[in-house]
Design a protein around this ligand. Structure first.
Ligand SMILES: [Zn+2]
Length: 467
């Protein structure tokens, strides 16, 4: 018999629907998504859907499958669910390895263990989105949190202050760096684990998703001995990944590279990385003074977020070090204003900057997409008429989410002499933009977005929230 079992589902959802209900009405919840809980069923019965809405306290989105397919999935997943629950309560020894290995197999970036009244929830962040992995009993929670703290050399008696540590985890002949941090919440101690080099999605800068023209510009500026390269974008935009890949790209024996990070997120052989640790007296000020005494070729500052970090970044660049950093700013031109807002002199900010890259990650539509009518919309100042646009649909391949993977949207701004001059002369931004668009191919987000919408790579409504 052909197996009709889905690749994976969010097992936690089975907590809400008991086995008898599932088999009687032939329904199985698959996952939670933006529009509610996705279920598969062999026929749509309003009464059942309504019951499920109450059980989940959420909207329910049904997908019809054949009777056999739903039955097979129910049988398979309730079995897995049962064995997981037993694992949580009886096989305490396995729960640590089981959680970490599953996370690695699923290419998860973070594991969150969040205490609640009955124990804790273990959630995974994958492709930027959180999903439930499993619920732990109080006993299982206590066991796994102690084990993680021991493995990462944290003080197990200390529960009131946040602690940071790391674990080198060996699995399938590969070493994974796990960065552990604890945080006291009102419900108890929360543990987060970030899994680094999780079989690196990106081998080098070519894989990051920039266009060929952009890679050419990036490579040219990476090879320059000085100047400042800044990446901007909100949390989850992938800017740290890009930054690390840039550093790896220029990392050779001939170059001395130093970093100041809060904390070190990803370790690279052959470079000198320092984590800020205020409690241990390792302040940004202290570390940067030390590093500058070593006269580095390259200085990487994890994030420019206040006057101090902004001034060190800019002044180091002006005196001839090559500087890399990230900053929160809505687009690449706003980086200049952001630096000035943080207290850097306008002249120095403009003088120091060489290349600014602003980026976002957006969800890519799965091939099951369908065209649907969408009302008139404005995206990045461009008006889109009411028309049919590609919209998410849902199939087994994308686990009924309608999406598959992500696309990098980027804006690359070379701060060349003409732009420096225009900025210093306080030319209006619209003029500067016009010059940039004329000179640099595919410069702005809006052009990127337009192409992606028109070619059906992305859902127009997802683009609306990009600012
Ligand atoms: Zn699909």
């Amino acid at each position: 018999m052909i197996s009709l079992v889905l690749e994976d589902i969010e097992l936690d959802l089975l907590n809400y629907v008991n086995y008898d209900f599932a088999t009687k009405f032939n329904v199985l919840p698959i996952r939670r998504y933006d529009n509610g809980v996705i279920i598969i069923c062999s026929e749509i019965m309003d009464k059942v859907i309504n019951d499920l809405k109450v059980m989940f306290n959420d909207n329910v989105v049904p997908y019809i499958r054949s009777i056999e397919s739903v039955q097979q999935n129910i049988a398979h997943y309730y079995e897995v669910f049962k064995s997981r629950q037993n694992l949580s309560d009886e096989n305490l020894d396995d729960i640590y390895d089981d959680t970490i290995r599953t996370a690695i197999d699923m290419k998860v970036s973070d594991i969150h263990i969040e205490p609640n009244k009955s124990g804790s929830n273990v959630r995974f962040r994958r492709n930027g989105e959180l999903e439930m992995f499993k619920k732990l009993s109080f006993r299982a929670h206590k066991f796994i949190s102690t084990k993680i703290k021991v493995m990462s050399n944290l003080d197990i008696t200390e529960k009131r202050i946040s602690q940071d540590g790391k674990i080198t985890y060996k699995y399938n002949d590969f070493k994974y760096n796990l960065r552990v941090s604890t945080l006291l919440t009102s419900k108890g101690e929360k543990i987060s684990i970030r899994i680094h080099n999780n079989r690196n999605e990106y081998e080098n800068i070519i894989d990051l998703g920039f266009s060929e023209e952009q890679i050419e510009i990036i490579e040219k500026y990476l090879m320059k001995k000085n100047g400042m390269i800044i990446l901007s974008g909100p949390t989850g935009s992938g800017k740290s990944t890009t930054l690390y890949k840039f550093i790896e790209h220029i990392n050779t024996e001939k170059v001395s590279i130093y970093t100041i990070e809060d904390p070190v997120e990803y370790e690279i052989d052959g470079i000198n990385q320092s984590s800020i640790n205020e409690k241990a007296g390792l302040t940004f000020d202290e570390i940067s003074k030390n590093i500058l005494r070593h006269d580095p070729d390259v200085l990487m500052i994890g994030e420019i977020r206040d006057e101090e970090t902004a001034k060190v970044a800019v002044s180091s660049s002006v005196v001839g070090h090559k500087v890399f950093s990230t900053i929160h700013a809505k687009d690449s031109l706003s980086v200049v204003t952001r630096l000035i807002d943080l207290g850097v002199s306008e002249f120095l900010a403009i003088d120091a900057l060489d290349l600014v890259i602003s980026q976002r990650l957006v969800k890519k539509l799965c091939r099951c997409k369908k065209k649907k009518y969408i009302d008139e919309m404005i995206v990045f100042n461009k008006k889109y008429e009411k028309a049919k646009y590609y919209s998410p649909n849902g199939c087994e391949k994308c686990k009924f989410t309608g999406y598959s993977g992500r696309i990098l949207l980027s804006e690359i701004l070379v701060i060349d002499d003409i732009i420096k001059d225009m900025l210093l002369k306080k030319k209006i931004m619209a003029d500067i933009r016009k010059y940039i668009e004329m000179k640099y191919f595919e410069y702005s987000f809006s052009q990127n977005v337009q192409t992606l919408i028109e070619s059906g790579e992305v859902y127009i409504k997802d683009m609306e929230i990009l600012k």
